[in-house]
Structures are given as structure tokens and as C-alpha cells.
Design a protein around this ligand. Structure first.
Ligand code: ADP
Ligand code: ADP
Ligand code: MG
Length: 445
């Protein structure tokens, strides 16, 4: 096992990684920007190194400073968390060149799967269905032709996009002609890559994703699936495991996920995202080659520590579990606690936390880096924590989540908690038939 690792991230995920590392006796170094000097991961890590000013580009994305921090402190590996450097194959390669272990898949498989176009190709090779669509669009003419074939509405996606950004719905040829160049330009601006792909725009579906772990030599297991259909602006708010899909369909999707990951000899933790429509058709969307925000619900139903498994695989201890060793029990739900005002289109609400009290009791887990007096910096995303519950079945898990939400006090910024309490009472949600348009169609948002 590693003696010391560096964590190239912030917030709740930096804390999450520190917690497992401490249990394993692995020393931690956390990097931080000047805006995060007083954050909990910085206070709890064995060492911390300031890598720059608040802007992510100058700190959490500052490769020379991060590598230097790792070398200077004698860290053997770098855990990238999610976001920031987590899906950057160039960074993974530079780690390797500097004798540091990137705790994640190889740069080669990140490159192959990192773009949406690449993911679609690999899915086709693995006989996994994809949404009707294209590879990288050469130019506007190619886009017009493709849209004619696919049928409007279509979705333009930045091939390098992520985090729910870089997507544009196009309903007519006229709109496509007007919007294509702009979408390319936005993709170039946000993801340093103008390439676009096109997919059929689906109006109503569930987002179901498969958690996998691979050892890098073709041994891949799944740790069940998660339903992440409750979203706003293509970003997830509530996730649960298992999904409420019929068991035969679940098994088919799980097998498809494992097949695809096996095809690339995947190493470490990864997530394969699928769209499932009303008729039970499923389509692969993309693979996230990292730990995911919502990994905790899979941990709750499996009893496994996914970060520990990442560290074991990256340090050369392999993947010591067979599929039949993974036993899933009960139902888990996660609510992302965001400092946002749901009544004002989820506008971010930075500022000071005047008072915070988290829920506890049976089957409740809180992953959060905030404390009373903590000031939420305006420079990063609005996730201030995650509330996760586990119970024997879905109905009991919903009741437990409602209880835990009602116990939680966060004074200062507006949060998404009041919205989540309403969702836990919503009959459609309770029935488990929720699609990604739930907030719009069922909650009037
Ligand atoms: P998850 O399902 O883990 O939430 P997301 O796609 O929402 O996955 O990404 C998690 C975090 O990573 C978010 O903070 C998001 O903004 C960020 N992120 C993901 N992909 C990218 C990317 N390509 N560029 C910038 N940020 C990204
Ligand atoms: P990202 O890398 O930003 O996470 P994804 O391809 O995973 O991009 O899509 C994010 C979300 O956008 C999905 O969870 C889904 O809600 C929506 N989405 C993706 N593809 C489609 C599609 N073809 N039609 C309609 N919505 C889609
Ligand atoms: Mg996605």
C-alpha cells in the first residue's frame, strides 16, 4: 500500500479520500487554493500545500504546481477525485513521467473513453447500444445531413464536454445552421476542443449508470447500478441504488457495462452512464473514468469502500473480489446538499454558514467539508455536502431520508434541502417511476 498520497482536489471529495487513507495508515497531502485555506480537508490532512490563487486554472488545474507539491512532499501517488484533473489523460501521463502513480485508469484508456465520440466507438465494438447519433461532425454540412437522418430534435454535444455542460438542443434545420458554429466555439472555449457529436434528443428517459471496478488485466466486476434521473440542467441532484428497473433489464445493463469496461482492460473505478426509455430500450451515453459524486449509494448497499479499492488497485494489490463476492443489500438514497436557491432557478448562494447541524442516527451518512463559520467560496461548485441514507427497502429509505433532511440545519445560505423534503413526499417519486424531466413536469420547476 502507498505510504503517502497527494489529493489534487478540494471539498467533500478531498475529505472522503482523506478518511479512507487514514483508516489504511496512508499519509495524505492535500493541495489547496488560497480560497480554501480554512477548509476541513486542509485542516485534517497530514500535510497541505498551497498551489495558487482561487481561480481553478491557477490552482486546482495548475499541473506544474501540483506535480511539484507531490514530489516535494514525497507522495507516491496522486488521487484526482472528480472534476478538475480527474479525466485529464495528459495529467495522468505526466504523473507517470515523474514517477508518480495516477490513482485512476491508464492515460490510454482515459483517452479512448474520455471523449463522447471515443466512448461511442468503444461501445459499438463491445456490442453495447448507443443513442442514435454520430461520431465527430466534420462541418455544418455533415451536421445537416446527420440531423436529417436522425430526425429532429437533435442534441449537439461537445465531445470533450462534462458536468452537464456543452450540450445544445436543436429543433429545426434553421436552428442548426444558426447554432452550429457557436456550439463549436463554446466547446473550444470551455473544453479546449471544438469537436461536436450529434445524438437524437430524447425527451423522457431515466439515467441509469453502472459502477464498475477493473484490475487492468480484464477482470472487471460491477457494484450494481444507480438511478440518477432527478436532475436540473443535466446535473444530478438525487441518486439511488438499486434502480427500480425490472430485474432482467437491470442484469442486461449491468452486463453491458462490464463488457464495455472489459473491452478496454479497464483499471480502477469507473461509471458507465445509460439512458433507459419508457419501452425498456437502453443506450450507452458515456463512461466517467473516475470516482463519482454519487459513489456513496453503491458503498451503502454493497458495504464496500470504493476509494479503498481504488488505492488497492493503483498500488498493485489488484482487485481481490469476484462478482459473486459482491452482495447488494437494501436501498440507498443520496441528496446532494447544494448551496443554491431552488426558488430562483438554483442560483448559487455563496457566503458564510452561520450554523450547521447534520442528521445522524441509524442508516445515515453525511459527507461534508463544511462547519459552523465556514465561508463557501464563490469560485467553485455549490456542493456543500451529501446526505446519504440506507434502509431495507426503497419506501423505508425514503422515510429515513425525509427524517434526516428534516433534522438537518444549515443556516446562512439557501440550500436545496426544502426542495428535497417536498420530493420525498411526491407520489410520483414514491412510486419510483421518475424520469429526467421530473422537476419540470411534476414539481413545476
Ligand atoms: P457526477 O455524476 O460524478 O456528478 P458530473 O459529470 O456531474 O459527474 O461531474 C462531477 C464534477 O466534475 C462536477 O463538479 C463537474 O462540474 C465536474 N466535471 C465533470 N466533467 C468535467 C469536464 N469535462 N470539465 C470540467 N468539469 C467537469
Ligand atoms: P456529461 O458529460 O455532461 O455528464 P452526458 O452525456 O453524460 O454528459 O449527459 C448528461 C445528461 O444530459 C444526462 O444525464 C441526460 O440527462 C442528458 N442527456 C444526455 N444525452 C441526451 C440525449 N441524447 N437526449 C436527451 N438528454 C440527454
Ligand atoms: Mg455524464
Amino acid at each position: 500500500m502507498f505510504k503517502k498520497i497527494l489529493i489534487a482536489n478540494r471539498g467533500e471529495i478531498a475529505l472522503r479520500i482523506i478518511r479512507t487513507a487514514r483508516e489504511l495508515g496512508v499519509k495524505t497531502v492535500v493541495v489547496y487554493s488560497t480560497a480554501d485555506e480554512k477548509s476541513l480537508p486542509v485542516l485534517l490532512a497530514d500535510e497541505s500545500v498551497c498551489v495558487g490563487p482561487p481561480a481553478s486554472n491557477a490552482s486546482y488545474l495548475n499541473i506544474p504546481n501540483i506535480l511539484q507539491a507531490a514530489i516535494m512532499t514525497g507522495a507516491e501517488g496522486i488521487h484526482p477525485g472528480y472534476g478538475f484533473m480527474a479525466e485529464n489523460p495528459d495529467f495522468a501521463e505526466m504523473c507517470r513521467e515523474h514517477g508518480l502513480v495516477f490513482i485512476g485508469p491508464t492515460p490510454e484508456s482515459m483517452r479512448a473513453l474520455g471523449s463522447k465520440a471515443g466512448g461511442r466507438e468503444i461501445a459499438a465494438e463491445s456490442r453495447v447500444p448507443v443513442v442514435p447519433g454520430t461520431g465527430i461532425l466534420e462541418d455544418l454540412n455533415a451536421a445537416v445531413l446527420a440531423a436529417k437522418q436522425i430526425g429532429y430534435p437533435v442534441l449537439l454535444k461537445a465531445s470533450a464536454g462534462g458536468g452537464g455542460r456543452g450540450q445544445k438542443v436543436v429543433r429545426t434545420q434553421d436552428e442548426l445552421k444558426k447554432g452550429f458554429a457557436q456550439a463549436q466555439e463554446e466547446a473550444r472555449l470551455y473544453f479546449s476542443d471544438p469537436d461536436l457529436i450529434m445524438e437524437k434528443f430524447l425527451e423522457e428517459f431515466r439515467h441509469v449508470e453502472v459502477q464498475v471496478m477493473g484490475d487492468g488485466t480484464g477482470h472487471v466486476i460491477h457494484i450494481g447500478e444507480r438511478d440518477c434521473s432527478i436532475q436540473r440542467r443535466n446535473q444530478k441532484l438525487i441518486e439511488e441504488a438499486p434502480s427500480t428497473l425490472p430485474d432482467s433489464l437491470r442484469q442486461e445493463i449491468l452486463a453491458a457495462g462490464v463488457r464495455l469496461a472489459q473491452h478496454v482492460n479497464y483499471a480502477g473505478a469507473g461509471t458507465l452512464e445509460f439512458i433507459v426509455d419508457r419501452d425498456g430500450n437502453y443506450y450507452f451515453m458515456e463512461m466517467n473514468t473516475r470516482i463519482q459524486v454519487e459513489h456513496c449509494v453503491s458503498e451503502m448497499i454493497s458495504g464496500l469502500d470504493l476509494v479503498r479499492m481504488q488505492l488497492e488497485i493503483a498500488s498493485g494489490h489488484g482487485l481481490n473480489l469476484k462478482q459473486e463476492d459482491v452482495v447488494l443489500r437494501g436501498h440507498a438514497i443520496e441528496c446532494r446538499l447544494n448551496a443554491e436557491d431552488p426558488a430562483k432557478d438554483f442560483r448559487p448562494a455563496a457566503g458564510k454558514i452561520d450554523d450547521v447541524h447534520f442528521a445522524g442516527g441509524p442508516g445515515v451518512r453525511v459527507d461534508s467539508h463544511v462547519y459552523t463559520g465556514y465561508v463557501i467560496p464563490p469560485h467553485y461548485d455549490s456542493l456543500i455536502g451529501k446526505l446519504i441514507v440506507h434502509h431495507d427497502n426503497r419506501a423505508e429509505a425514503i422515510a429515513r431520508m425525509k427524517r434526516a433532511l428534516e433534522e438537518t440545519v444549515i443556516q446562512g445560505p439557501k440550500t436545496t434541502i426544502p426542495l428535497y423534503i417536498k420530493i420525498m413526499d411526491n407520489p410520483f417519486y414514491k412510486r419510483g417511476a421518475v424520469m429526467t424531466n421530473f422537476l419540470k413536469t411534476r414539481m413545476d420547476m
